[in-house]
Ligand binder design. Sequence first.
Ligand code: 13P
Ligand code: SF4
Length: 309
Amino acid sequence: MLAIQTIQDEILELKKDRRAVILAHHYQNEEIQELADSIGDSLELSRRAQSFDGDVIAFCGVWFMAETAKVLNPTRTVIVPDREAGCSLVDSCTPEQLAAWRRLHPEYTVVSYINTSVGVKALSDILCTSRNAVAVVNSIPADQPVLFLPDVNLGNYVRKQTGRENMRLWQGACIVHATFPARRLSKLRAEHPEALVAAHPECPQDVLAMADFIGSTSAIIDWCASSEAGEFIVMTESGVRHSLERRAPSKRFYFVPNENCNCSECPYMRRNTLEKLRDALRDLTPRVELSPDLIRRAALPIERMLAVK
Ligand code: 13P
Ligand code: SF4
């Protein structure tokens, strides 16, 4: 097996030849994050996909994020190291299911989380991410009823923050965050009584109720880095540890293992490897291909979201 450094050198060479930019989500392996031009949460990566010089976007994250980058960059080639890097939230609501839900509630405004397929985005009125979901829902007139999908935990959190009763929630969930058990968090908190708790809003309500801070992956990293505290229990995918330790090397971070894998890793995100990234840059595949009509229809709700301050 080639050494990590050798594969990283090959990737940097290919990146130059292809005039590529590497975007990496916080949940990627450390060796991938080290090569990235930009590391961020899904909102930041969507914005950065809009403003760079080059021909190819190598998106080290999951497929829906790469689809979003393609919608915002229709003339560029967008590749992902592994085509099977999916998301349980995307799988929980198909375009056909959303179309049927819309038909049942034609007067509602559809707010879709960015963790959806491009087909679902194209049927939505506006998108949101974990960072801006409260602001997006607040941008809709208070008397206008909302269909929120697909994450029930994020939906419950937004409903609480906005005080909106007129929100119907799809019952999807993230296989990682939704299975963090509150009792394991309580146990870890008892072992580290000084630690503050930072949680992603995809966590269940009993976990969120124990959090000192709730936010997107980047918001969690910013908050832990700028807080006066020295210890944190972090209720999200453990890939954020690399950015946390880079930003705050003297602080301590603890993660709660979920009940599926006894770890805090997203099995979809972790499908991407250095070898697959190198091969994708060499072969320009797996590549996101979308019809011009789908791109046009999905762009509108994404642009509406990006316009919300
Ligand atoms: P962020 O938008 O916070 O990066 O979250 C993306 C995600 O998939 C969380 O599981
Ligand atoms: Fe999807 Fe959950 Fe993985 Fe995020 S952590 S990509 S929401 S399965």
